[in-house]
Write a protein that binds this ligand. Sequence first.
Ligand SMILES: [Zn+2]
Length: 122
Amino acid sequence: MAAPPVDAACQNVNVARNRRKARYVREWEEQVAAANLAARRAKGAPVDPVKIPPYPDVLRDSDGSYRDFFEDIEFTCQDCGVEHVWTAADQKWWFEDAGGSLYSRAVRCVTCRAARRDAHGG
Ligand SMILES: [Zn+2]
């Protein structure tokens, strides 16, 4: 059998090389993603699966995956317009212990919430 033309052989080598490279890049990206998630989990507050139903909206990431931990959320206070952080620990308390709705989100900072409470007489 005649050897394939040099061009075709080169192309096959390149295809195999590109496949290996793509797989390497994919595996590398998966490792980075896993490491990032582990770092975020370490900073966050773990979800108690007994208190929180599976797959609530509050635990969904922008890529559609679900976290098993609460994570600090930055938000802009609706009243004073200042950036604040709704901490993972505060979310854990709100959703798991205070019985907060799984659809609720932080809209006002502590100061503005207190001011509003005072204004509404309690
Ligand atoms: Zn505020």
